[in-house]
Design a protein. Structure first.
Lengths: 531, 335
């Protein structure tokens, strides 16, 4: 259904950087040839690191599970082609830190032979079975956040699901993988959307696409023409219109606050690539082993490839004709992307775009000047923050204050740093402050649990002392009672004398009782070391 | 290689912002030239040179990168505001001392660019009007030839003083105040004097118009937002309007208040100085409205003919509190 009449909302702020999208949309998507070797990192999504299921020397088939989801908050990893596992070892990740993570290194045998795949019986399966299946098919959000999708495909408890928002906005400059996917494979995306809508029991599904992609809009609208509950809507082109919260706001008017589930507001948001992956998994039984990746920047032919995870980035970029003078790869767009620590890091589920950077394309930032409080950043902020206030407090390591100014509502979209006339790398300050706060919280948690342990121990020692004292007192009272009974049988004239006797008797008893108590002491000490 | 995203930036810089402010002052400089003669150019040159010299000296003393901060043009903006706010025929040392106060005291001793609590030009103006009230209120009554102007600015003190009496007159707001307070006249009779023109002071209304034009251009260029000018002009018009309607004999009209004195300069160029102004949308409204109220009170009941400078400084003090109390609601937390 075409939605010319849907009421759109807007978010504050945003910027309009040069899009650089035309270059990579001139030619269709092509599958990338097999690289000589695949390095498949096990940790490619948010959540637990999958547990390796293969050993060096083992033969694997394309689509075979090589990493099992670690608990429910995780997603499985699969072999990108058939071949031999040559190593399971730490390799440099596609992360700016240069961190090494456990990876499965696979040498392709060239046959590219699928594991027998079959359609998942979606209609007859229980929702939980579908979610487990998607987890084991490795489906994660392909918009960049790589959050395990099965965890988001659950309707909220309190609010009925109204709108399933499908994110085809693709607001970051250079990136065109979603654009090309929507142009070429709209029917598959829509089938994925239908599956998600059923799982979420959403009333409607709305696909939001920035209005600078008329071909994608037309293609999706044509494919959705027969579906009464799917709307394909053009949204104004303004970065970051493709931020999940911004797009939800634009399409539904709902603002989902930081730290809250959007299902509690009756909405949920998925990327078009994720919808496509869900279709592949359910209808063809194919786990997530590849995605569309834009190659742009300093190359002869910027374009989109269907790339298997584990493909080294330099192999990918060379296919597009890497020119000399490239000083590094940026994964993602220029607003939120990351410099790669090496050229040969593998393509992962989060890789939507690889830009071959040059100093001319991304020049080093001009010297940082002091903040003049001009407020440009606040006007550009899509989250209505006061970025310069957060900057002052982060810089002064006044992290509590930075948090008061809603530091954790910041989505790190980069709009503030983009407009700053003083060239302050504002987002770097927020990343720094967040990291420091997390570190302190961990420290505090450690200190808290240490204190709790200490207090529990003190309390236990107190309790044991008290119990011992009570026991002794009870024993003393019993002795006194016997003494009194004895005294009663031989009546005495002086009550005070009796009391004195009783006290002495009790003291003797206590002295006697000390011996077994000390004998018990080692046992008590043992007990204390056990907890 | 080690920088982080974003890797692209809008084409903006502090220098560009300051350059636009300077450009926006050009219409006012033109009108001043036409009204009072070349004096304004002399004052601009004096103030700019002093400002750059002080800036360089302080940057050196503080071990800051010289070229980076000298080319940001912020010192030149301060210098031009001082030159425009001061009488065109003020003796040379008045503007020089004022500029030294602004750059050394009000700017660098507070930590330099972006750190000053008070508007440097207004600190200088306030210091000078307290120390030299008569020199600060002697504006040329007619356009003087270049020689007379040079004589006034650089001449020997005695000769200057004699010459000054002949060629200067009080500002319109000064005349109004003296007329109403000392002579006990009515507003209607005071504004019959040739000092007054069709709106504010004779000729002064054109100067105000020039500031308005430059200010509107700054707004169009998104260097300033509408909040401060509109709140200042609106509040000044409203407050003066109420007094004027109740007692038109003793209180000047809103039009005169807006067109005379430093109202337009203040509304568009002084109060909008981002470093010392409130930053939140609501905060800017409160800040500018407060400044307008104090300006009016000083003009109508205070000891000085104009009050924009003192009002600005007083509201500068309130900025941290205003900002703190007017933080806008964050996305998703608007209830």
């Amino acid at each position: 259904m075409n939605a010319a009449l849907r009421k759109l909302f807007s978010f504050n702020g945003g910027v309009k950087p040069q899009t650089h999208k035309a270059e990579s949309t001139r030619t269709p998507i092509v599958p990338l040839p097999l690289p000589p070797v695949f390095v498949v990192p096990l940790h490619q999504s948010v959540g637990g690191t999958p547990i390796p299921l293969v050993k060096p020397g083992q033969k694997v088939l394309k689509g075979e599970r090589i990493g099992a989801a670690d608990g429910n908050y995780s997603a499985a990893i699969h072999a990108p082609t058939s071949g031999t596992v040559v190593a399971v070892e730490p390799r440099t990740m596609a992360h700016t830190s240069g961190l090494s993570m456990l990876s499965v290194v696979i040498e392709p045998d060239g046959d590219d032979q699928w594991l027998a795949t079959e359609k998942f019986p979606f209609q007859s399966a229980a929702p939980d079975e579908v979610r487990d299946y998607l987890r084991d098919a490795g489906i994660v959000g392909l918009g960049g956040a790589v959050f395990p999708s099965h965890m988001k495909l659950k309707p909220g408890k309190a609010t009925p699901m109204k709108t399933l928002v499908i994110n085809g906005a693709e607001c970051e400059p250079f990136i065109t993988c979603d654009d090309m996917l929507m142009r070429e494979r709209p029917a598959e995306i829509l089938r994925g959307i239908c599956i998600m809508r059923e799982l979420l029991q959403a009333e409607e599904a709305v696909v939001g696409i920035e209005d600078n992609k008329p071909e994608a809009i037309a293609s999706m609208q044509t494919a959705a023409a027969t579906m009464p509950y799917v709307q394909v809507v053009a949204v104004p082109t303004r970065y970051p219109a493709g931020g999940a919260k911004q797009l939800i706001r634009v399409l539904t008017g709902i603002e989902v606050p930081h730290g809250q589930r959007s299902t509690d507001y009756g909405v949920q948001c998925f990327n078009v690539g994720t919808a496509y992956a869900i279709h592949e998994a359910i209808e063809l039984g194919r786990p997530l082993i590849s995605r569309i990746v834009t190659v742009a920047g300093h190359v002869d032919t910027p374009r989109n490839y269907e790339v298997r995870f584990g493909t080294p980035m330099d192999f990918l970029v060379q296919q597009a004709g890497l020119k000399t003078g490239c000083d590094g790869f940026v994964m993602g767009g220029p607003m939120m992307g990351f410099r790669m620590p090496a050229f040969d890091v593998p393509v992962v589920k989060a890789t939507n775009c690889v830009i071959a950077a040059t100093p001319a394309l991304f020049p080093p930032p001009p010297p940082e000047m002091p903040c003049i409080r001009c407020g440009e950043c606040a006007r550009a902020c899509p989250t209505d923050l006061q970025p310069f206030e957060m900057y002052w407090h982060s810089r002064a390591k006044n992290f509590g204050k930075a948090q008061e100014y809603s530091l954790f509502d910041c989505i790190e979209c980069g709009c503030c740093a983009y407009v700053c006339p003083s060239n302050i790398p504002l987002v770097d300050y927020y990343r720094f402050a967040k990291t420091e706060i997390w570190a302190r919280e961990r420290q505090m948690e450690a200190a808290d649990s240490a204190r709790q342990r200490f207090e529990a121990r003190n309390e236990r020692i107190e309790r044991e002392k008290r119990e011992k004292a009570e026991k002794l007192a009870a024993r003393a009272a019993a002795t006194r009672a016997t003494a009194q009974a004895d005294a009663g049988s031989a009546p005495s004239a002086d009550g005070a004398d009796d009391a004195k006797k009783a006290l002495i008797a009790a003291a003797i008893e206590r002295a006697k009782a000390q011996k077994p108590a000390t004998a018990e002491a080692p046992a008590v000490a043992d007990a204390s070391t056990q907890d | 290689m080690l920088n982080n995203s974003p890797y692209v930036r809008a084409n903006s810089s502090v220098t560009r912002v300051m350059l636009k402010v300077l450009l926006a002052l050009v219409p006012a400089i033109g009108v001043s030239l036409w009204l009072f003669g070349v004096g304004i150019l002399i004052q601009l040159a004096l103030a700019s040179l002093t400002a750059l010299a002080c800036e360089a000296l302080m940057l050196k003393a503080r071990g800051k990168p010289m070229r980076l901060f000298l080319t940001d043009l912020s010192a030149v903006v301060t210098a031009w505001l001082i030159a425009l706010a001061f009488p065109a025929i003020a003796p040379w040392w008045l503007v020089v001392v004022a500029t030294i106060i602004a750059i050394v005291l009000a700017k660098h001793l507070y930590g330099g660019l972006g750190q000053n609590i008070f508007n440097p030009a207004m600190v200088a103006y306030a210091a000078m009007i307290v120390a030299f009230p008569s020199l600060m209120s002697q504006w040329p009554s007619t356009q003087l030839d270049t020689a007379a102007q040079l004589q006034a600015v650089f001449g020997h003190a005695d000769a200057t003083q004699r010459a000054m009496d002949a060629i200067t007159s009080a500002t319109p707001l000064d005349s109004l105040r003296t007329g109403l307070r000392a002579a006990g006249a009515t507003v209607e009779s005071v504004v019959q004097s040739p000092v007054f023109g069709w709106a504010g002071g004779s000729g002064w209304e054109w100067l105000s118009l020039a500031y308005l034009v430059g200010g509107l251009w700054l707004w169009q260029q998104k260097i300033i937002t509408w909040h401060i000018p509109l709140a200042f002009i609106g509040t000044l018009a409203a407050v003066s309007g109420v007094f004027w309607l109740v007692q038109p004999d003793s209180f000047a009209s809103p039009l005169l208040h807006l067109a005379a004195g430093g109202s337009m300069l203040g509304a568009f160029f002084i109060l909008t100085d981002p470093v010392s102004a409130a930053t939140t949308p609501r905060g800017k409204l409160i800040y500018a409205a407060g400044a307008a109220l104090i300006t009016y009170l000083i003009r109508s009941f205070g000891a000085f003919p104009d009050g924009v400078a003192f009002a600005t400084l007083l509201l500068n003090i309130c900025v941290p509190l205003i900002d703190m109390k007017t933080q806008p609601a964050v996305f998703g937390h608007k209830q």
